[in-house]
Design a protein around this ligand. Structure first.
Ligand SMILES: [Zn+2]
Length: 294
């Protein structure tokens, strides 16, 4: 069944586990997510991004700009229909989340496309402006029962991890003010994880997580789950993280399955990718404790 992301996260928060938000980029990966979740009796979040991480804030125009900015709504609506249909038919709760929603327009298009959650990433803006832009979208999203995830502090890229991996961590006191003023349903926190592959060893600041937990009542989100390590993730899920975004490892597992089987396009190549992705996803569900919850 298709549900607001908030419902999935509050259940996870109450029972002390985390749900995978799996990056999907086509029908096969969406089907892999739903099959894995149904087999494991777990909720799942379809995490759909449009390269918003690569967008820049243009201070002259006063908005975010990016290479594919104009094409995104079309893609979002088309892919949204596939996700929505498969989610509605599922026997476990499924949420569709716009990952790193860049612009005001993209967020509204995502709502129109049937997404049940939008992640509004204004983490690169000054604190007050971040609050103002998120607050506006929270009001709109909540009017149609769509959840909002926002980010405070900034989760960077693993490739730069050794240089500045822990330089923009979330301030627990600011987090309290931020959640109260924006009204967001979930908060993505920077506690030492990073997107993509890590250069160096990830260090998760569990003391900071605890402090944020003590300051904020909404479910917390960890971006950049791939390569963060089983023990770190298992502990994070027990200590207040309710959603973990996984992309890189799922796609790598899909590619590996393809390579290992010496697949051809004419043969069962796509099936192998899907199976590899799915096996990896199930291993993350087990780590985060989301199996057998529904
Ligand atoms: Zn992210």
């Amino acid at each position: 069944m298709l549900v607001p992301m908030k419902d999935i996260l509050l259940h996870a928060q109450k029972e002390g586990y985390a749900v995978v938000a799996a990056n999907c980029n086509n029908e096969d990966t969406v089907r892999a997510c739903i099959e894995a979740a149904e087999e494991q009796r777990s909720a799942i979040i379809l995490n759909i991004g449009y390269g918003a991480n690569s967008m820049q804030y243009d201070h002259r125009l006063g908005r975010l700009v990016g290479e594919h900015f104009e094409e995104v709504p079309k893609l979002m609506v088309f892919f949204g229909r596939i996700c929505e249909k498969l989610a509605e038919d599922a026997s476990i709760p499924v949420a569709i989340n716009l990952d790193h929603g860049a612009s005001f327009e993209h967020a509204i298009w995502a709502i129109r496309a049937g997404y049940t959650s939008i992640m509004i990433d204004r983490s690169m803006l000054p604190f007050e402006q971040n609050i103002a832009e998120v607050k506006e979208l929270v009001k709109i999203a909540h009017a149609v029962n769509v959840s909002v995830e926002a980010e405070l502090g900034h989760v960077g890229w693993g490739a730069q991890y050794e240089k500045d991996g822990t330089s923009h961590l979330t301030d627990p006191t600011e987090a309290r003010q931020y959640v109260a003023q924006t009204g967001c349903d979930a908060l993505a926190v920077a506690i030492g994880s990073a997107h993509g592959e890590y250069s160096g060893t990830p260090y998760i600041d569990f003391d900071r997580l605890k402090e944020i937990r003590n300051n904020v009542t909404v479910p917390l989100v960890l971006h950049g789950g791939s390569g963060t390590g089983k023990e770190n993730l298992r502990r994070a899920a027990k200590e207040g993280i309710c959603k973990v975004n996984i992309g890189t490892d799922l796609y790598k597992a899909g590619a590996k399955a393809w390579n290992d089987a010496n697949c051809t396009f004419a043969g069962n190549g796509y099936q192998m990718i899907k199976e590899g992705y799915k096996r990896c996803l199930i291993s993350y569900m087990e780590i985060l404790g989301s199996c057998n919850r529904y």
